[in-house]
Design a protein around this ligand. Structure first.
Ligand code: NAD
Ligand code: MG
Length: 408
């Protein structure tokens, strides 16, 4: 029987890669539903190709336009709109597997609905897990939902642990590799002049703009340390980040006997996506074979926390626990959005996050309602911090200031 798929965020980088893998293995899947925020042109093209039963967008006027366009070509896809429609679709009985590829906190409610409904969840949306870690994993465990990580590092660890998952005492450490992003070697004193396009020009991966900025600040690796802590139920002190600029080793597991297992591959998200789609089998991904002789050298270095203060903030949050990762995620989303809109500098992202964390020490979340309330409150604080930091349009030529993280 083909797997019936719901692809949340089908027009994004992960969504498009997913549909590419699906089209290479067409007999194995029925695309049941596709969703997008505002990119209805791309969603229309995807509907033409995959003929889903459902399409969901955020705004009513986009839904009306898309429905009319689909009808004009004789397609019977039903179009809905809004966050509630995503949750309804995610909890329905008429599909098997959800690909959670919406970016940011907006992805949590539908993936939570899927977790409650006991679906197979291909998790790319790391923010959902960072916001609600233990609660989310408990919900999935209760319903029998199977979570297969798509984030390349976690997918690598998942692959290395195959067959060893029932013996957590055998795992000594997880090593999450990180490329170091576009600014690994750029002089630190020039980082406050970084433009959004420079920050989004990742050396190894083509991704959406939010995760690209997160990779440039290394907040992405911080979020991934938190993601790994919950996915693999392992103490944060046993998870570390290691810079590996070639992005060939996607992560490693160190076992009790000092055996180290790594998963390698050409840096292309279609490999973890194909692995997760086919799990527990394998399928073709369309990815270039890895030619190690061509790669020639694999190098490693410890991350420099002065260059990457966002990584230090995430590590601090992991130690503090409670609801602090919900706070971190919300503040970071607000700060990244403000940076992409050229309202604050690249180096201000860490300042905003640090400021919001300092105002929320001891935050705790005991329910999903708490998670949403903490998210909302931290976003508000983030907006206020952005407002205070807002610079004139001349900010890209102003003098650097890195004397401290919290600028008053
Ligand atoms: P993207 O920006 O390319 O795509 C995001 C998708 O979400 C789009 O389809 C967009 O229409 C939809 N979306 C955005 N805001 C929405 C909202 N408010 N409501 C409903 N839909 C909304 O992002 P991406 O790079 O594909 O990343 C998606 C997720 O996967 C992120 O959580 C990211 O951290 C994670 N991830 C991405 C990669 C990658 O290589 N791109 C790798 C690992 C993990
Ligand atoms: Mg990753």
């Amino acid at each position: 029987m083909p797997q019936r798929l719901l692809v949340l965020g089908s027009t994004g980088s992960i969504g498009e890669s997913t549909l590419d893998v699906v089209s290479r293995n067409a007999d194995a899947f029925v695309v049941h539903a596709l969703t997008a925020h505002r990119n209805i042109e791309r969603l229309f093209k995807q509907c033409l190709k995959f003929r889903p039963a459902l399409a969901i967008v955020s705004e009513p006027h986009h839904a009306i336009e898309l429905q009319a366009n689909l009808q004009s070509v004789g397609l019977k896809t039903e179009v809905y709109c809004g966050a509630q429609a995503l949750c309804t679709a995610a909890s329905a009985a008429d599909y098997d597997t959800v690909v959670a590829a919406i970016v940011g906190a907006a992805g949590l409610p539908p993936v939570l609905s899927a977790a409650r409904a006991g679906k197979k969840i291909l998790l790319a949306n790391k923010e959902a897990l960072v916001m609600s870690g233990a609660l989310f994993m408990d919900t999935a465990a209760k319903s029998g939902a199977v979570i297969v990580p798509v984030d390349s590092e976690h997918n690598a660890i998942f692959q290395c642990l195959h067959g060893a998952q029932k013996a957590p005492g055998e795992i000594e450490r997880l090593i999450l590799t990180a490329s170091g992003g576009p600014f690994r070697t750029r002089p630190v004193h020039t980082l406050d002049q970084v433009t959004p396009d420079e920050a989004c020009a990742h050396p190894n991966w083509r991704m959406g703009r939010k995760i690209s900025v997160d990779s440039a600040t290394m907040m992405n690796k911080g979020l991934e340390l938190i993601e790994a802590r919950w996915l693999f139920d392992i103490g944060a002190e046993r998870i570390e980040a290691l810079i590996h600029p070639q992005s060939i080793i996607h992560s490693m597991v160190v076992f009790r006997d000092q055996s180290v297992l790594a998963q390698l591959g050409t840096p292309d998200m279609r490999t973890p996506i194909a692995h997760a789609l086919a799990y527990p089998q394998r399928m073709a991904s369309g990815v270039e074979p890895l030619d190690l002789a061509k790669v020639a050298t694999l190098t490693f270095e410890k991350p420099d926390l002065t260059r990457f203060p966002c990584l230090a903030l995430a590590q601090q949050v992991i130690r503090e626990g409670g609801g602090m990762s919900t706070v971190l995620n919300a503040a970071n989303e607000v700060a990244v959005e403000a940076f992409l809109a050229r309202r604050i500098r690249f180096t201000d992202i860490a300042r905003v996050v640090d400021g919001v964390l300092q105002k929320n020490t001891g935050a705790s979340v005991r329910s999903f309602e708490d998670v949403m309330a903490t998210d909302e409150q931290s976003r508000q604080m983030g907006h206020e911090a952005v407002q205070r930091l807002c610079h004139s349009t001349a900010y890209f030529v102003s003098k650097p200031n890195h004397s401290s993280l919290s600028r008053s």
